[in-house]
Design a protein around this ligand. Structure first.
Ligand code: SF4
Length: 464
């Protein structure tokens, strides 16, 4: 186990490499495919209360992290995770298992491709090749089988996404590289990861930093191999002639490649389907799933224990989603009342689903305000904006952990007060003097009168 660390750039907590924060250690448990049996979920809930402060964050990579773990309870917690078969052999193996997959993998007959067998296979190949252990900590993969809960809009450094004709579309840094057959999907994804490692400079941590060079390399002859364009290039990418080389991407079909994919930062399923009981399409008309959302991605041990009990009663499993929610499936009946009794969000129109908020202080050492608590207090006044299509980001500091993309309204903590910016990210300068929570509430209530019925009519000038 590594020494717990304060946060440094480009670093993520794990179980074997926990992060020290304002409320103790953060221990992240990485779940293969986001899947939890009811027994494991109940055991993790018990562990969160016994070894931590009982608070659990759901991450945008479909993992969970326990908060408030103490130095003296860390080792007993790791022992418990090992008993549950949820502890990796090394911190490096844990870190490289950065794979997001379709939350209904293996359960959704309407999926174009069942990616469930590929999830663990990809993890094992990442763990088993030391070369991949040098991938940056936040570098991640995505496997999208399509179907009822496709991962459209969820970003990853390397993504393979099912197409209707049974092929995968291969993307790197949001750019489409081409198409591959299902059986070649993992080889192609790992081939791109190899090229990332070869092309990156020391300060380049994400695929988007090198994707243009990667595309250029795919189009041009390789100086190392001496191959000319018409004969393919060294790593097998598409050539001007349309022929493939013999490298790791030899299976790529370039004819449907596009220059860019625009990936919205707001997860549509999170808004549309949180709390909604949806029917799985296909051959099992009785199979249902239910999505329970935790306000701002945080729940407590009792709520996780309650979800585990509901899943056990109905013979379902739990799946964490990249939209910071927990899905129960398959189900034969509506469990909305049972989930609602736990205090979790079951109304898809709950404004908190459209508000991104990091923990802020005191949980985070960098927090200048209590972002999540304040976001909950501001939710009634922010609801008016959300109903009209606005996105909202409440950030404990300018780092903006909860949302990278700009939001219609961005509130950023500054010394216990809030700056505000419109159509901006958390690093944008405030457009007003920093306000107290009371001043901010009054400001927003007044500005709501000028906010248009439709977001498309939104005028920043009227908001100022
Ligand atoms: S944005 Fe929030 S979670 Fe991230 S460092 Fe700042 S206060 Fe902490």
């Amino acid at each position: 186990m590594s020494e717990p660390s304060n946060q440094v750039k480009g670093w993520c907590p794990g179980a074997l490499r926990p992060m020290r924060s304002g409320d103790g250690l953060i221990v992240r448990v990485r779940l293969t495919g986001g899947e939890l049996t009811p027994e494991r979920a109940a055991a993790l809930a018990e562990a969160a209360g016994r070894f931590g402060n009982g608070l659990i964050d759901l991450t945008s990579r479909a993992n969970l992290q326990m908060r408030g773990v103490r130095d003296e309870t860390l080792q007993p917690l790791l022992d418990r995770l090992a008993e549950l078969d949820l502890l990796d052999a090394s911190a490096a193996a844990e870190q490289v298992r950065n794979v997001i997959a379709s939350p209904l993998a293996g359960l959704d007959p309407s999926a174009s491709i069942d990616v469930q067998p590929l999830i663990r296979a990809l993890e094992l190949r990442l763990i088993g090749n030391d070369r991949f252990h040098s991938l940056p900590a936040k570098f991640g993969f995505l496997l999208d089988g399509g179907g009822v809960l496709s991962l459209d809009g969820v970003e990853a450094d390397i993504a393979v996404r099912a197409e209707d004709d049974g092929h995968f579309r291969l993307e790197a840094g949001g750019e489409v590289l081409g198409r591959v057959r299902v059986e070649e999907g993992l080889d192609a994804a790992l081939g791109v990861a190899e090229r990332f490692l070869a092309l990156r400079q020391p300060d380049e941590r994400r695929m988007r930093d090198v994707v243009i060079r990667l595309q250029d390399e795919a189009r041009l002859p390789s100086p190392r191999s001496g191959l000319c364009i018409s004969e393919g290039n060294a790593w097998g990418g598409p050539t001007k002639s349309g022929r493939m080389g013999e490298g790791p991407l030899a299976a790529l079909q370039p004819e449907k490649a596009a220059l860019a994919v625009h990936t919205p930062s707001v997860a549509p399923h999170f808004v549309e389907k949180a709390g909604a009981l949806s029917r799985l399409a296909g051959h099992h008309p009785s199979a249902l799933f239910f999505t329970a959302a935790a306000p701002f991605g945080r729940l407590d041990a009792g709520q996780l224990e309650g979800l585990a009990a509901i899943a056990a009663r109905h013979g379902a499993t739990l799946r964490l989603t990249p939209w910071r929610s927990i899905l129960l499936a398959p189900l034969a009946v509506d469990v909305g009342m049972e989930v609602s009794s736990l205090g979790l969000v079951v109304d898809p129109h709950d404004p908190r689903l459209a508000i991104a908020a990091c923990p802020g202080s005191p949980s985070c050492l960098s927090g200048e305000v209590s972002a999540q608590a304040d976001a909950a207090r501001l939710a009634p006044v922010l609801a008016g904006f959300v109903e009209r299509g606005a996105s909202v980001h409440v950030s404990g500091c300018a780092k903006g952990c909860a949302r990278r993309a700009p939001a219609s309204i961005t509130l950023v903590g500054q010394g216990g007060r809030y700056g505000i910016a419109f159509d901006a990210d958390s690093k944008a300068p405030s457009e007003t003097e920093p306000m107290s929570l009371g001043e901010l509430t009054a400001f927003l209530a007044k500005r709501l009168q000028h906010f248009p019925e439709k977001l498309s009519d939104f005028s920043i000038k009227k908001m100022r």
